[in-house]
Design a binder for this molecule. Structure first.
Ligand code: ZN
Length: 381
């Protein structure tokens, strides 16, 4: 099957170029100036629209009324609908919960998709907890928080469905656990943490490569105690996630993050929960009741409980808040998360890369989405 995405402005490593993108066997086979058409089974004429790598959301708790922690099988139903926001891959996120919940989610991942599945690809779980600081729980249930323990986590690896773990490095035993997880190929992110600057840097030295939702649920920046925020902003090789919904962080704080981490190390996430795509109302995340109104999703105490952000909105917001170029904002949703999870086949459009492609209009709205060369969302249909 050869498909040509014709006449677009293609975001490549060398910049945005007028080109036809040829896809064969689910991979990018050619990016070349529009010319007499190659032989193709299908031609998708995109008439000057932006052709970019599919978005990768490395922290999403659910959406469309469904919550992965409560119902890991929902990964497929949500994944099938994420391409409408330009998402082609995601890390379904399970928040602090009993060990059996994580095991169930691992089973869903290793069993793989239903036979007729089309949609965004869940690459592996992001376990946000339970080894988090009781001082920075956010909306997580403190009853289920645990101290790091090798035995409880020795089944966590990409082979068993776990790609990323958020933990607090200041907890006893956390540094050894970071090293063990990284050795097994798990990406370790620092978050829900009250770490001092020194404790945060110690976690980075032992292998943590990213921070979880910068600013939210972490020790704040102070000029004599820079905290986890200071460590993430200052450490040049470390990436950080950020929720750019205009609620979780002030636009000025987003600009500070961009100046410190952009364009290569800022990673847009949604941290979306069940209310994403649903509007205002009452929802749950794990066992927590959440009310959604114009101030976002909040638990009974008013603490933010995830977001209702979508990835395409996050990209638009980053461009608006920082004044960065569309290509840079797109990179924060594509190349940057791909680099964090160590996947060179995603997040870029180059020969040999997966043909995970999103077509955007000039205002960065998703028009169509392809996963492995197959159209999985067509906004004009
Ligand atoms: Zn969180």
């Amino acid at each position: 099957m050869v498909t040509i995405v014709a006449g677009g402005r293609v975001a490549t490593l060398e910049g945005v170029v007028r080109a036809d993108l040829t896809i064969a066997d689910g991979r990018v086979a050619a990016i070349e100036p529009p010319r007499s058409r190659r032989i193709a089974d299908a031609v998708i004429d995109v008439d000057g629209q932006l052709v970019v790598p599919g978005f990768i959301d490395i922290q999403i708790n659910g959406g469309f009324g469904l919550d992965f922690t409560n119902d890991p099988e929902a990964i497929w139903e949500v994944g099938a609908r994420l391409p409408q926001y330009g998402v082609t891959a995601f890390l379904p996120t399970v928040i602090t919960s009993p060990a059996a919940t994580v095991v169930e989610a691992q089973h869903v991942m290793t069993a793989g998709p239903p036979a007729d599945y089309t949609g965004a690809v869940p690459i592996g779980l992001h376990l946000e907890g339970p080894m988090l600081s009781p001082k920075q729980p956010g909306t997580h249930d403190t009853l289920h928080l645990r101290e790091p323990e090798a035995a409880a986590t020795d089944t966590w690896s990409p082979n068993t469905g776990v790609l990323m773990v958020t933990l607090a490095p200041e907890l006893p035993g956390a540094l050894d656990l970071i090293e063990a997880l990284v050795e097994r190929g798990v990406v370790v992110s620092i978050g829900h943490s009250d770490a001092t600057y020194e404790e945060a840097v110690a976690g980075i030295r032992r292998g943590a490569t990213i921070g979880t939702h910068l600013y939210n649920a972490m020790s704040a920046f102070q000029h004599r105690e820079p905290g986890l925020v200071g460590a993430l902003l200052d450490e040049t090789d470390v990436a950080t996630e950020i929720i750019v919904d205009g609620i979780h962080s002030h636009p000025a704080a987003v600009r500070v993050a961009w100046q410190a981490k952009g364009p290569d190390h800022l990673v847009l996430i949604t941290d979306a929960m069940a209310a994403m795509g649903m509007g205002h109302g009452r929802f749950v995340i794990s066992s927590i009741d959440v009310t959604v109104d114009e101030t976002g999703p909040r638990n009974a105490k008013g603490v933010l409980a995830g977001s209702v952000l979508t990835m395409d909105e996050a990209v638009r917001n980053l461009a608006e808040f920082t004044g960065c170029s569309p290509a840079e904002a797109i990179g924060a949703a594509t190349a940057n998360p791909a680099r964090v999870i160590g996947d060179p086949t995603r997040g870029v459009l180059e020969i040999g890369a997966r043909a995970d492609v999103t077509i955007l209009d000039a205002d960065l709205n998703a028009l169509a989405t392809l996963v492995a060369g197959e159209v999985v969302y067509d906004g004009s249909a």
